[in-house]
Design a protein around this ligand. Structure first.
Ligand code: SDX
Length: 393
């Protein structure tokens, strides 16, 4: 991919910003991180290499990768006081509510990295957020099941550390399974960034006012929580469980076609992709690898999902509306197979997207021309002249 991409003026008139981080071609089903195809990055790189690429613009060489990995690893612990924030939540609080609260609270511990005009402080904020998200997500899970928090370890990879913090406990050592760790790493890569989606635009708008990066990421987490966005993986799995068996697919499809039902085919459709979401194909392959590794290749939900996808892709209702599986359609099944509870799916999405959010935030803050975001509106109310006294209303 040499040279610049060219856009039609119509597209440019709707663009909210310019960025060199991620490129999507919705018609071709193409996704590039810093110019590299997602299909190659997801297979040849690990998540921290992808984080380095998104943040710095180039893939790291061996020495840069080791230094970056070492720095992130040594920031995976959170301040010991952070544990007390969890105690304020109900045990059954949705993990996304816990993450909005605890990530925002990180700002109260890192006054040495809140001057967003200092590139070094922006970098250490990015490192802290990349490093601490897995710890906070795992802490939210442990708190919800009443188990003690498991501290990160410096001798494990990013994804292995997370799996151990999630599923390890003081009574028995967690056995790292490299296939499952590799699958999680790929899930994180596939979710790392996606141009100006709703949550990234939220982070940019919050950051444009000069708010600190921890508060901006907390705002992104809040936006991602919505079922039309990051909450879709949770909704897609619940949808598959509701359908139950392949025999029920025709009735469900009929319900989706009935506009009055308000039922959507969760994990299908996209604001930008009007072709296959390239991440969906990679997620389906990862799903198959994990289920194979676990001896679950006959997993009924996976079989149901593939059957539903096949039927939908042959149905003119979906084809005519250019509705194809998106990244969320299979991610729920593979996360379930990894032992991740449904309520935590969007938390994993937030953990992965933190690098995309903070890289885009950094790109915006580093631009000396950037100003506070200020979307305008089309006023559809009616101007009125005289305020009536209360007895005349
Ligand atoms: C993500 O922006 C990003 O990049 C987001 C994301 C990222 O990485 O950040 O990719 C992550 O959010 C993926 C999307 C996850 N959401 C879902 O899977 C929820 C289900 N999908 C839909 O809610 C919907 O497809 C949206 C919200 C994703 C897009 O909605 P749009 O813009 O309304 O879709 P559209 O304009 O392409 O719709 C065309 C038609 C409409 O019907 P008509 O008015 O033409 O009759 O298709 C219908 C829509 O109502 N439609 C669906 C549908 N999605 C759109 N009908 C049934 N099931 C669906 N899933």
């Amino acid at each position: 991919q040499s040279g610049k991409f060219t856009y039609d003026p119509g597209f440019m008139s709707t663009a909210s910003c310019q960025s060199a981080i991620t490129y999507i071609d919705g018609d071709k089903g193409e996704l590039l991180y810093r110019g590299y195809p997602i299909e190659q990055l997801a297979v040849q790189c690990d998540f921290l290499e992808t984080c380095y690429l998104l943040l710095n613009g180039e893939l790291p060489n061996k020495q840069q990768k080791d230094t970056f990995t070492n720095t992130v690893t040594r920031h995976t612990m959170v301040h010991e006081q952070m544990q007390f924030f969890f105690r304020g939540f109900r045990r059954d609080a949705h993990p996304m509510s816990v993450l909005v609260g605890t990530v925002g609270a990180l700002a109260s511990f890192y006054h040495d990295s809140l001057d967003i005009n200092d590139p070094a402080q922006r970098e250490i904020s990015a490192i802290r957020l990349i490093a601490k998200m897995p710890t906070l997500v795992a802490m939210a899970y442990k708190y919800s099941i009443g188990q003690p928090f498991v501290y990160p370890r410096n001798d494990l990879s990013y994804s292995a550390n997370f799996m151990r913090m999630m599923f390890g406990n003081p009574c028995e050592e967690y056995k790292v399974n490299d296939v499952l760790v590799r699958a999680l790493d790929r899930i994180l890569i596939l979710h790392a960034d996606h141009e100006q989606n709703a949550s990234t635009s939220t982070v940019r708008l919050a950051g444009s006012s000069g708010a600190n990066p921890f508060a901006c990421i907390a705002a992104g987490i809040a936006c991602l929580w919505g079922p039309a966005h990051g909450g879709a993986n949770e909704a897609a799995l619940n949808m598959l469980k509701e359908i139950g068996t392949p025999e029920n697919i025709p009735d469900f499809i009929a319900k989706v076609k009935d506009k009055n039902s308000g039922v959507k085919l969760m994990g299908f459709g996209h604001r930008v992709y009007k072709n296959f979401d390239p991440r969906a194909k990679l997620m389906r392959e990862t799903c198959y690898e994990v289920l194979n590794e676990l001896g679950l290749q006959n997993d009924p939900l996976f079989a149901l999902a593939m059957q539903l996808e096949k039927i939908a892709l042959e149905d003119d209702y979906f084809v005519s509306r250019k509705l194809y599986p998106n990244v969320d359609f299979y991610s729920g099944i593979v996360q379930s197979a990894l032992g991740i509870p449904v309520s935590l799916f969007t938390g994993i999405f937030a953990m992965a997207r933190t690098i995309g959010w903070i890289a885009q935030w950094n790109e915006m803050i580093a631009d000396p021309e950037q100003k506070i975001g200020r979307p305008r509106q089309l006023y559809i109310g009616a101007p009125r002249r005289d305020v009536p006294s209360i007895d005349k209303r």
